[in-house]
Design a protein around this ligand. Structure first.
Ligand SMILES: [Zn+2]
Ligand SMILES: [Zn+2]
Length: 268
């Protein structure tokens, strides 16, 4: 297979996405997709702002649409599992495992919910960004080793605001020591890493997660999946052509996509 157009990190109105499932499928067909996977945010009891409140209806509707559209596009039922809220994996074709919080003294602090909340994360670690990073990555890697999600979601999410508001991580070699160590650890899991363009669509970043430096580590033995972390149908496969060129410069030659029930390798 020479090339494929597919996206497996896709939200809908069942969680914090703007577009209903069916509208998103229609958009994917218009864009010429080979396959698409939905990955609603698994229910997180400790933070109900953005996650799915009704997973059974989501599952039922995706399964219904899978059948309805089977002659036009392959549809997969996934979930974005937060690292602190395991879902019943039997219900899903695949799982994206993502970490959206740090926990300090029993309190869940979201790392990606705007600068006000991001600053609360830092405060929870007395302003020590390296302790914050260490806590985030160590618990994420522990989750990855235990749960082995199919796909590791936005590995370095704590750097979301690094190009706009924060100036903590990228210029600090102490941060890179931590991130390098944990990305190498996550690599041992054999899980796919997603290359996620969501923050580019939100105009927060100019390059995808994970950072290029981490992608260079992942390149040696790691396998990748392109994703847009789509919250609005027109942004499906956002900047995938540019991202493929960026990945090729780093040395990647292939990526993976769910196709005919399996993760298949294709040339980028
Ligand atoms: Zn996420
Ligand atoms: Zn997401």
């Amino acid at each position: 297979m020479m090339n494929m157009l597919a996206d497996f990190h896709v939200h809908s109105t069942y969680c914090d996405g703007k577009s209903p499932l069916e509208e998103t499928i229609e958009t994917a067909i218009k864009k010429g997709f080979d396959s698409i996977g939905f990955s609603g945010h698994g229910t997180t009891e400790y933070d109900m702002r953005y996650c799915m409140k009704d997973m059974p209806s989501y599952i039922a509707e995706v399964n219904f649409l899978k059948e309805k559209y089977k002659d036009r596009i392959q549809i997969y039922l996934g979930v974005e599992e937060d690292s602190y809220a395991p879902v019943d994996r039997n219900a899903f074709d695949y799982i994206i495992g993502s970490s959206h919080y740090v926990i300090r003294n029993g309190i869940y602090y979201p790392v990606d919910s705007g600068m006000e909340r991001f600053n609360k994360c830092l405060e929870a670690f007395d302003g020590n960004h390296l302790e914050f990073a260490e806590s985030y990555y160590s618990s994420f890697c522990n989750y990855i080793a235990v749960r082995k999600p199919d796909i590791i979601g936005h590995f370095d999410l704590i750097t979301k605001y690094e190009e706009t508001d924060t100036d903590l991580f990228f210029r600090d070699e102490g941060y890179w020591k931590i991130a390098d160590k944990y990305v190498a650890e996550a690599l041992k899991s054999g899980c796919f890493f997603e290359v996620n363009t969501g923050a580019i669509a939100r105009e927060l970043r100019t390059t995808p997660y994970p950072h290029e430096r981490l992608l260079r580590i992942i390149r040696d033995g790691g396998r990748i999946v392109l994703s847009s972390d789509c919250h609005y149908a027109p942004n499906l496969a956002f900047k995938f052509d540019e991202t493929k060129a960026f990945l090729k410069d780093i040395g990647f030659r292939t990526a993976y996509a769910l196709y005919e029930g399996k993760f298949k390798e294709y040339s980028i």
